[in-house]
Design a protein around this ligand. Structure first.
Ligand code: XIL
Length: 427
């Protein structure tokens, strides 16, 4: 903790041990007196000492960005988000290993969330072990080699902190290496695709190894698996609406890869772990119907427990009515529903737009709770796709402000909307 007594003088600072010539990071927060109505300041700086420097030196942190946050009269140790919604659903956040390594992020995760999803680290790109597969193709052709270090990061953090974890994702056309679909695991993109039998064996083995590793080493941590992600793309023109053009799963196995993935997952997963189909744009009519039909068939065979709605939304689209009717439709299937990757794409951070974002979050949270209250949709968790605006995946080409915490990890109006706080207009 650092205190600042105003003006040009500086007082009191925590101390850290620095090794000459090596960089250290200083992270901290400055808590302002309550009457300033400022929630806190966050600072981060780097310091590199030089060999000649004395043992004790002062560091003046005087170029921090001061961000005033009006906390609308709420105590700093306010009720955690997950407590606010505890009678309804788990409250989750998507995080990456970089954040798990930094206390400024993990302290917020531990304070406000009771579920996490790894943003990337549990996807096939991060788990399949190319070098080992190629070393002994005979051995690994039907039983792909897996590396567990990336799986461990989230599982360990969740276990240590009593958080649930959504396993994301076993089978996806994206973030799965091209070589996985080719004969002899070839990296040559003109090499022939592996046969259907080979791919079914690889699918089975991959699902078995990943699910088994997680539940044997971290029992009770994973509460849901996204078994298949984004298999529907109606525009590709296939029967059943299956995605084919950019899906090597479809191209090698055909549409039955979905049912087979669920069959294997059901076989290996502990009975209390819920199996989900997860997708985006679930409100587009044709897509809703295709997902509905597919899920209905899987349900009849006892293979699926829920539908995940990613919910990458805009400030206005989709309308709340559209979200409601989608939830209602899936609700009728009698499957669980989870909101798996909620964020609201906005490229403006004017005060006015930040407040609108707060209202948008509030409307959605009120809708989710209404659907549960009325027994219209069994929503069991709501996950926001990232902690801080600074690290949102939407910042790809243009700066975006879609999440609950700003670049300085201060709660935004979006947070208070999600919190259903009175200070955020409901409409
Ligand atoms: C995103 C991650 O957040 C990014 O870091 C990565 O570069 C691409 O994938 N649908 C999903 C998520 O199911 O896995 C995606 O996550 C976002 C869209």
């Amino acid at each position: 903790m650092v205190e600042h007594n105003g003006g040009s003088s500086y007082i009191s600072c925590g101390s850290v041990t620095a090794v000459n010539g090596e960089w250290i990071r200083l992270i901290g927060s400055i808590i302002m007196p309550p009457d300033t109505k400022t929630a806190g300041l966050y600072f981060e700086t780097n310091y590199k000492s030089v060999p000649e420097s004395e043992d004790l030196i002062d560091i003046y942190i005087d170029d921090i960005v001061v961000k005033k946050v009006d906390i609308v009269g709420v105590d700093m140790d306010f009720t955690p988000l997950y407590e606010i919604h505890k009678d309804y659903f788990k409250i989750g956040v998507g995080i990456v290993s970089y954040e798990i390594g930094r206390t400024e992020y993990t302290s917020i995760v531990k304070q406000h969330f009771n579920s996490i999803t790894m943003g990337n680290e549990m996807k096939p790109d991060y788990i399949l072990d190319y070098e080992t597969c190629r070393k002994d193709i005979e051995k690994y052709n039907l039983e792909p080699a897996i590396r567990y270090d990336n799986l461990d990061v989230g599982l360990k953090f969740a276990k240590e902190n009593g958080l649930g974890l959504r396993g994301h994702t076993l089978v996806w056309h994206s973030q799965t290496p091209d070589w996985f679909f080719r004969e002899d695991y070839s990296k040559d993109e003109s090499a022939p695709l592996a046969s259907k039998e080979v791919m079914l064996a690889r699918l089975n083995s991959y699902i078995r190894q990943v699910i088994t590793y997680c539940q044997e080493n971290y029992p009770g941590v994973v509460y849901a698996w996204d078994v298949v992600n984004e298999a529907i793309e109606v525009d590709d023109g296939n029967e059943g609406g299956y995605r084919s053009k950019d899906s090597l799963w479809y191209q090698t196995i055909g549409s039955e890869f979905v049912e087979m993935a669920f069959t294997y997952a059901r076989k290996y997963a502990d009975p209390e772990i819920k199996l989900f189909y997860n997708d985006y744009n679930c409100n587009i009519y044709g897509k809703v119907l295709a997902i509905y039909d597919m899920a209905e068939e899987l349900k009849a065979k006892g293979l699926i427990d829920g539908i995940g709605l990613q919910s990458h939304y805009g400030l206005r689209d989709p309308s709340i009515i559209d979200v409601q009717s989608t939830l209602e439709r899936y609700g009728k299937l009698g499957l669980e529903i989870q909101i798996t990757e909620l964020d609201i794409n906005t490229d403006s951070n004017t005060e006015e737009d930040l407040l609108k974002l707060g209202t948008r979050y509030k409307k959605l949270m009120n809708l989710y709770r209404y659907m549960v209250d009325k027994g219209l949709a069994n929503i069991s968790s709501v996950t926001i796709w990232g902690l801080s605006d600074k690290n949102s995946w939407l910042n790809d080409k243009k700066r975006k402000y879609p999440l609950l915490f700003d670049d300085y990890l201060q709660p935004k109006d979006a947070f208070w909307g999600f919190y259903l706080h009175d200070s955020i207009p409901s409409y």
